[in-house]
Design a protein around this ligand. Sequence first.
Ligand SMILES: Cc1cc2nc3c(=O)[nH]c(=O)nc-3n(C[C@H](O)[C@H](O)[C@H](O)COP(=O)(O)O)c2cc1C
Length: 274
Amino acid sequence: MVSVNGLRRHFLKFISIGAIVVGGAIAFFVKDFLSSRTPFTTSAPTSIGQSYMLPLPKFSSNIMLEKAIACRRSIRDYLDKPITVDALSMLLWAAQGVTEFNYGFRTCPSAGGTYPLEVYAVVGRECVLVENEVYLPAGSYKYFGKTHSISLVREGDLRDALAKASLNQGWVRDARVNIVLCAVYERTTKVYGERGYRYVYMENGHVGQNVYLMAAALKLGAVVVGAFYDEEVKNVVGAQFNENPLYVIPVGVPKHFYEIDEDDLRKYYLRMRG
Ligand SMILES: Cc1cc2nc3c(=O)[nH]c(=O)nc-3n(C[C@H](O)[C@H](O)[C@H](O)COP(=O)(O)O)c2cc1C
């Protein structure tokens, strides 16, 4: 005979095993559901708002800073060759990546750490190679320095539209990627008033130079472009209403890489001194 207490024990055991099984199943499905909705993915983004974790920055260029400075040139003629996603990663990190881990300070100085600049990458079709014959889908991507990721804002090859918005400058159309720097002035002007505008322009220059130097270090060609119709560029990249474009920076594999060395410099300066 099974006692009442025995029955109760069996019943409780049955209930607890059931609870564990049902709980486990719920946890499994919730986790699965959440992971399918996670905003970050390592595969290339295919829909608006989807994010892509860029390869982490690598310190591997082997080029001395002074050499990169010497070889920085505005380069407007590019080959019809893709750049790698590693190169894109380094260019974006140089523009606004994080270099300090307590406050999240970045590669470029910023007045009061107000960080008014937003960075977009306008990627052409089959222009950024992820791996063997796999390319980042063409489109406009917003860069997030904190996670070193990009998020798809607009789909399609937008280079032609961007070139038209940039007074038909051919290098914007021919570039593999155009890095577009936009300013949210209020972030800086609410701290520094009118003077904040000049701080934002200065900061834009710092970012432009960092992109130039990283391009030189990667043996890529870049040029900063300031001549464009603001509203058109804004629409092409899909910028927010308060994000104002300041630079469009075409980047590509140069037809001719500009290169000088210490000896060339020495000869030049000795000639100048007579
Ligand atoms: C604020 C600014 C705006 C510029 N705008 C353009 C532009 O719209 N198109 C272009 O081809 N180059 C542009 N440039 C690049 C200059 O033409 C280039 O820096 C200059 O010819 C000197 O050459 P270097 O950069 O190779 O030293 C701009 C440069 C600066 C600093």
